[in-house]
Design a protein around this ligand. Structure first.
Ligand code: PMV
Length: 324
C-alpha cells in the first residue's frame, strides 16, 4: 500500500518557544497559528521491510524519525484487531519551498508523514491522532494536523482547531525568504539554550499567555490590526529571549532587519502589514488580499527566492492511494 498526503506548514502568530522539562516535546507557552496554504509538503509512505526517509532526494539519518515511526507503529498495533507484524515505512517527501530554513518544513513534513503512514498501515488518521504523534517529531507539526487556525495550549499533547480555513478569506501572508540556506542552530537547540541561559526566559513565560489570548481574539473578531499588533509583540519578545541567551542566537540577517524597518514605514502610511519571524531569517507579513501583491513586489529585491503570497490552508489530505 502506498499513500500520498499533502500538508502545509503552521505559522505561529503567538509563538511556541520553550519546552517543559521531560523530553516529551510539550510546550511551555500556548501558541496560536494559521496553516499556510501556498507552501506544501507532499509525502508518500509505502509499507516496507525497513524504515527509510528521503527528503527532497536526500536520504535522512533515521535518528530524528524513529521516535515518530515507533509511535505510529504503537498506534497501529492498538487499533488493529488482527495480529500483524509491526510495519516498516519507506517515506519519500518533497517540499515546494526550502527545507530546514525557518519556513516550518518540519511542521508540514511530520504532519504529512504521520497521516500517510497511519493511512498506509490501515489505522485511524483523525486530526487529533495525527497531531499527538506529529508533535513528537516537531512541536509545531501538531498544529499542521489541522487546517485554518489552531491553538496549542501550554503543556498539551495535541493542538485544537479554533476556526477552519474558510474563516477569514481576506487574510494573506506574504512569505519573504531572505535566505534559502539551512539554519545553523536548530529550533530545538535554540529553545533549550534560551531556557537554560536567558535571564529573560521566566518573564517570557509569564507574559506569553496574555499575548496568545490577544492573538486569538484578533482571529475571532477578524481584526487584523489587533492580530498584527499582538503577533509582533509575540515574535519580538521571543527573539528577546534568544538574543539574551549565552551564547546568543541571532537568526536575523540584514535583509530581515531592513524589511522590519520598511514595514514600520508602510504602517505609518496606513498599509495593513505586520511581520512575524521564526527560527530563521525569513520574514512573513500578515496583510489582506488588497495589499498582498504590492507587498510581494516591493520586497522582492530583498529576497533570495521569489516572495510567496499565501491564503489559509487545509489540514493534511490524501491525494493518492495505491495497492502495491
Ligand atoms: O516545531 P519546532 O520545534 O521546530 O519549533 C517551532 C518554533 C517556532 O517556529 C519559532 C515557533 C512556533 O510556534 O512555530
Amino acid at each position: 500500500m502506498a499513500v500520498t498526503v499533502t500538508a502545509h506548514p503552521s505559522l505561529a502568530l503567538a509563538k511556541y518557544w520553550g519546552k517543559v522539562a521531560g523530553g516529551a516535546n510539550l510546550p511551555a507557552t500556548t501558541s496560536v497559528a494559521l496553516t499556510l496554504q501556498a507552501l506544501t509538503t507532499c509525502t508518500t509512505v509505502t509499507l516496507d521491510t525497513t524504515d527509510r526517509v528521503v527528503i527532497d532526494g536526500a536520504e535522512q539519518p533515521l535518528e530524528r524519525f524513529l521516535p515518530v515511526l515507533d509511535r505510529i507503529r504503537e498506534a497501529l498495533a492498538a487499533s488493529l484487531t488482527t495480529e500483524k507484524s509491526a510495519p516498516r515505512f519507506s517515506v519519500t517527501s518533497s517540499n515546494n519551498f526550502p527545507t530546514a530554513a525557518g519556513l516550518a518544513s518540519s511542521a508540514s513534513g511530520f504532519a504529512a508523514l504521520v497521516a500517510a503512514a497511519l493511512h498506509a498501515g490501515g489505522g485511524q488518521a483523525s486530526a487529533p491522532a495525527v497531531s499527538r504523534i506529529a508533535r513528537v517529531g516537531s512541536g509545531s507539526a501538531c498544529r499542521s494536523a489541522f487546517g485554518g487556525f489552531t491553538r496549542w495550549e501550554a503543556t498539551a499533547r495535541e493542538a485544537v482547531q479554533i476556526a477552519d480555513e474558510t474563516w477569514w478569506p481576506d487574510l494573506r501572508v506574504v512569505v519573504l525568504p531572505v535566505s534559502a540556506g539551512p539554519k545553523e542552530v536548530s529550533s530545538r537547540d535554540a529553545m533549550n539554550r534560551t531556557r537554560d541561559t536567558s535571564p529573560y526566559y521566566p518573564a517570557w513565560i509569564t507574559d506569553a499567555p496574555g499575548i496568545a489570548r490577544e492573538v486569538e481574539e484578533g482571529i475571532r473578531n477578524r481584526d487584523i490590526q489587533r492580530l498584527g499588533d499582538a503577533s509582533r509583540l509575540s515574535y519580538l519578545r521571543m527573539f528577546a529571549t534568544m538574543l539574551s541567551a549565552a551564547p546568543p542566537v541571532v537568526y536575523w540577517l540584514s535583509g530581515s532587519v531592513q524589511i522590519i524597518h520598511e514595514l514600520e514605514g508602510l504602517r505609518r502610511q496606513g498599509v495593513p502589514a505586520w511581520e512575524t519571524m521564526d527560527a530563521g531569517p525569513q520574514v512573513k507579513v500578515l496583510t489582506d488580499a488588497a495589499h498582498a501583491d504590492d507587498i510581494a513586489r516591493r520586497f522582492a529585491p530583498l529576497t533570495s527566492l521569489p516572495p510567496v503570497v499565501s491564503g489559509i490552508g487545509p489540514g493534511p489530505a490524501v491525494v493518492d492511494q495505491t495497492n502495491g
